[in-house]
Design a binder for this molecule. Structure first.
Ligand SMILES: [Zn+2]
Length: 73
């Protein structure tokens, strides 16, 4: 994932993100792709990041949802 770059998400309102927007963990670079969901948390494909349960965290390192950054692609 070296060829991606990030928006400054300090002022991002997640509720205004496109539902297909991928998010990336700022700690381990794990990507959450709404089109794929999350097998670890049994999140079905098509689930937007904003619809993830509040207890969801990075399946790789355990970081909280707020530690994810918008991938600006
Ligand atoms: Zn992580």
């Amino acid at each position: 994932m070296s060829n991606t770059f990030f928006a400054d998400n300090s002022a991002v309102d997640l509720t205004e993100l496109p539902v297909t927007r991928k998010m990336e963990c700022k700690i381990c670079w794990q990507v959450y792709d709404p089109a794929q969901g999350d097998e670890v948390w049994q999140i079905p494909p098509g689930t937007p990041f904003t619809q993830l349960p509040s207890h969801w965290s990075c399946p790789q390192c355990g970081a909280a949802k707020q530690d994810f950054l918008v991938i600006d692609d």
